[in-house]
Every structure is written in C-alpha cells, then in structure tokens.
Design a protein around this ligand. Structure first.
Ligand code: TXA
Ligand code: MG
Length: 348
C-alpha cells in the first residue's frame, strides 16, 4: 500500500511531512518533489533501504544514486575530503540543481554508489524536499521517481502513475519548476567535468571555475563512446512512439516538419508534433504540443517531460520534435530530447 501525502508547497503542513520523514528514518521509500524533478528517496546509508529504490524503479544496480542533504555541513562525513573548488560551488549554487561528485567515505555503502568509489551529493532547493530530508536526519538517496526508462516526473500524478503500489509513500506537492534534472559535475578530475548537463548551465559554472569540461562521450556525434556517468548510457525518457528530432535553420526545420506531418497523415499514421510557440501555428492543432517560447529555455525545460508523457496517453505512432539552440539550458534540453529520440536526428 502506498500512502499519498498531500502537501501544499506554499503552506507546508509540518505534521504531514513528518510522516514522510519517519518512513525514511525507518528504512522505507518516499517519493517527493524537488525543484528539478520528483525523486524517490530512501536512507542513503542503509543498503537495505537503498535496494528498495532499485526494485521499485526496475533500475540497474550499477547506476549510482545521488545523496540529498539539507545542510552544507552534512557533506563532510560522506566524503574523503572536500576539494577547494567544491566550497565555492556549494556557496554559489546550493541549494539548487547541481550535484557534486567527490570521493566517497566508508560510511556510504556501495549499493548507493553502484559500486563506484565516488558519491554525488546535492542540497535541493524545494522547501518540501529540504524539510523532509531535515526531518529524516539522514542523507536521502534519490533518483528520479519514474519507472526506469520513462521520462522523469515533474508532477505528482506522474509519480502516482509510475510508483503506486511500489513505494511506501508519495508526497504530492505540486510541480517541479526546473523540469530537467540536476547538473552532475565530477570534482575528482581536473578540470571539473560535466557528466550530465542540467539545471545549472556550463556558462553558470564558468563564472566560478576557470575551466569546465564536458564528458566527451556526450558530444560524440556517433554515440559510440561510453559515458562516465552510468545513467547516461541507458535509453531514457523514451515515449512509446518513435521520436525524430529535426535540426537546422528554423525555416527549413518548419518546412521539413510540415512535410513529414503531411506525409504521415496521408499514409494514415498518427503523428505528434513537439514544437515551440513560434512555430506552433504551422502544424494545425491536432496532436501538436508547444514546449514554450524559443526565447525562454526555462519554460521549455519545465514542459518537456510532461509533454513526452502526455503523448504516451495518445495513440501517436510517430513524433517529430523541433531542435532548440544548444547553449545555456538548451544543452540539457537537447540532451534529454536526444535520448528520447534514441539519437534519431534529421539535419536539414
Ligand atoms: O535533479 C536530480 O538530480 C534528480 C532529483 C530527484 O534530485 N535526481 C536524479 O537522479 O536525476 P537519477 O538517479 O535519476 O540520475 C542521477 C544521475 C545518473 O545518470 C547517475 O548515473 C549519475 O547521476 N550519478 C550519480 N552518482 C554518480 C557517480 N558517483 N558517478 C557517476 N555518475 C553518477
Ligand atoms: Mg533518472
């Protein structure tokens, strides 16, 4: 049985959240909202609790979990040492969507880190997440609260759909505003390296760090290199329909998308379109969903996973998606879209 704990993020009822904290403290599993996406939490220092997360999600055991903490001083016992750069990054970007990888200490079990000797840690910004973790009094291991392979949940209803009957409780607490997961930054290498682009952009990190690298596997056009972050190698965010991204100069992209849409419709195939506010008018209104304005990547990030999930509720067989600029938050958006498309891109 899964308990649903309704909490209004703008007026948090402490006694309801305390129920969730208690479940975590006692070794159970609780899904909860963060500012990026919903997470599925358990005591990150308890191998038995952590195993329940892997089972509920159907997650491969070699895919490490991020530890969520409530206060910066909670980092120290979890790592061998805190590198100099980490302190500046924590001061600037915590609480927020930045996960820092450091060498783990012996109290962090291998089950949590997928057998690796590094551990990813972040302080989420969402008030429900922070209160819940604080109340639990332990670092909370939490991957995104979706069944493995599905788009990450940005609404309580997504989690309820994926995990009811599989977890002890779900805190239903509104929408996740950022909409894409945290940036995973490896601090065990020089220069610090982005293993997963996310809510904190490379440009933002470069304001603090003299140099920031990106895992070369993420930029490998042939997708033959193995990413350093185990989670990045799995197909992910994949809707049931086949997704193709159309990329290039915007007017050509629109022409191509209109042509593909027309062709599919004439063949009697059900086609969905993922576009932007600027291009929406070209596609009619049947199974057409705008991610937001091209001038507002934050809006696009916030809507992407919801739209991918909405198409799963329809009978679309094919989806075509408009590419966006790969700068700033666009890097994370295109990374997720590429995974949803299984790297199928048509350049025009
Ligand atoms: O925004 C987020 O990060 C969300 C919310 C709930 O906090 N969490 C999340 O967790 O996205 P998950 O497990 O779905 O994704 C974590 C990613 C995976 O790609 C995993 O492989 C990578 O981070 N990761 C975690 N620890 C790692 C480590 N020690 N070394 C390399 N990659 C790691
Ligand atoms: Mg995930």
């Amino acid at each position: 049985d899964t308990r649903i704990l309704e909490v209004d993020p703008s007026s948090i009822k402490e006694e309801i959240l305390a129920e969730g904290s208690k479940i975590l403290k006692n070794g159970g599993t609780v899904a909860f909202p963060t500012e990026t996406v919903y997470g599925l939490g358990a005591n990150g220092l308890d191998p038995n609790a952590v195993k329940k997360i892997f089972i509920a999600k159907g997650r491969p055991a070699d895919n490490p979990l991020i530890l969520h903490i409530a206060n910066p001083q909670d980092v120290e016992p979890l790592v061998m040492e805190i590198p100099e750069v980490a302190i500046k990054l924590m001061e600037t970007f915590w609480p927020g969507p930045l996960t820092l990888l450091m060498k783990k200490s012996s109290i962090v079990p291998k089950e949590t880190t997928g057998g690796l000797d590094t551990v990813g840690i972040r302080i989420p910004q969402h008030p429900i997440a922070r209160k819940l973790i604080e109340g639990a009094g332990v670092p909370v291991a939490a991957p995104s609260a979706n069944v493995s392979g599905k788009p990450s949940p940005t609404k309580a209803e997504h989690v309820i759909k994926d995990l009811t009957g599989k977890v002890d409780a779900i805190v239903a607490g509104g929408n996740s505003d950022v909409g894409v997961e945290s940036t995973v930054l490896d601090l065990t290498v020089e220069p610090p390296t982005i293993l997963r682009p996310g809510g904190i952009t490379k440009e933002m990190l470069e304001m603090i760090l003299p140099e920031v690298a990106i895992d070369p596997a993420l930029e490998d056009k042939n997708f033959t290199m193995s990413p350093k972050s185990p989670g990045m190698k799995y197909t992910h965010y994949a809707p049931k329909a086949d997704v193709t991204i159309i990329k290039g100069q915007l007017d050509k992209v629109v022409d191509e998308m209109m042509a593909v849409q027309k062709k599919c419709q004439s063949e009697g195939r059900v086609i969905g379109v993922i576009c932007t506010d600027e291009t929406e008018k070209f596609f009619g209104n049947h199974l057409v969903k705008s991610m937001g304005s091209r001038s507002n990547p934050k809006e696009i990030a916030a809507n992407l996973f919801r739209i991918l999930r909405e198409f799963d509720e329809t009978d679309v067989e094919v989806i075509i998606a408009e590419a966006v600029e790969e700068t700033g938050l666009g890097q994370a958006i295109m990374n997720r879209l590429m995974k949803a498309a299984g790297h199928r891109v048509l350049e025009v």
